[in-house]
Design a protein around this ligand. Sequence first.
Ligand SMILES: [Zn+2]
Length: 392
Amino acid sequence: METKLRTDITIREICEGFVYNEFEGKGLFGWSGKLTIQPEYQRNYIYADGKKDVAVIKSIMNEYPIGLIYFVKTAENKYEILDGQQRITSIGRYLTDKFPVFDDKGVAKYFGGLDEGEQERIYNTPLTIYICEGTELEIKRWFETINIVGVPLNKQELANAIHSGPFVTKAKEEFSNSENSNIQKWSAYINGSANRQDFLRTALEWVSKAYIDDDNINAYMSKHRYDNNINELKTYFTSVIEWISSVFIDVEKEMKGLCWGELYEKYHKKPYNPTEVSKLVQKLYDDTYINNRKGIFEYILGGCVDTKLLDVRIFDDATKRKVYKAQTQEAEEKKKSNCPLCALGKDNNKVRIWKLSEMDADHITAWSKGGATDIKNCQMLCKTHNRAKGNK
Ligand SMILES: [Zn+2]
């Protein structure tokens, strides 16, 4: 099967000769008679609900993408819509004044009532259309793939198709070019490959702050679609990469795939001494109590406070039971609480013997101050005291 991407066909062309039969709701044509809008295997038109159809038109008015459309070429100059029937029918119906959209003041706007400039803008909007050619079986299979399994493109490939234009072309030259000599450097910090668009994806994630909201990438690409340069994207990306390599001199494999864009935003205005940082990284890498090495970098950037990032190893059950037993035995002899902090208190709990299940293990010397996770540095505290200590 052959597929071809067309981004030059405008709404004007597609809606040329558009007819909609309200009664049958099917068998309609467009593109000067070349296009059958509703072939048999399609659903009936279901967008005429004053919401979905209006959303299509508002998207076009706001220059938001309305997504990919798929045509099948059935003969010379004959096409059927494989996917996009609902959207194209909505457009055609709006252009023939079948329904209005409402502006911010609640005023109904039919296409016929728009000023000429607004009409022209809609007419001249290009659609993103894949035209495919093949046997019926091939097409059916493909239709199933795009509708059931999902589009056989990854997220960024799809976004590139939807927002195709000078911006995507330039962005791909920079970020999706496996010949780019910077790729090796980027690979130290970013997962994936150039030809699957992973670096471009990451660059867009960072600049658009998609780690806050996933939709930011599409909004960013839509906004810059017709830009003739990628200056902002490239400058931001380079700033992040330069910042990482200036703060962290050594490249560790756990640095790969971290959300560096977010870390950059949070920490790039703070000063760091790269030599000290390097020593700290090595020290933490040597610490066998750290389960999550990926957290080391943010831990250091944040001033070595948030030990949760490191998932420091906790005491095992055997150790806890042993310590509990010794502590409880001693407490019973002295007629004091087996929680050493309760024993210091003045209330009824000062003689209370807690059950094992009512206590937690605590590092006598905190891990962050060099305390080991071994039995000599373990004490059992009642849950209340353990929590209170942990919060300090
Ligand atoms: Zn206690």
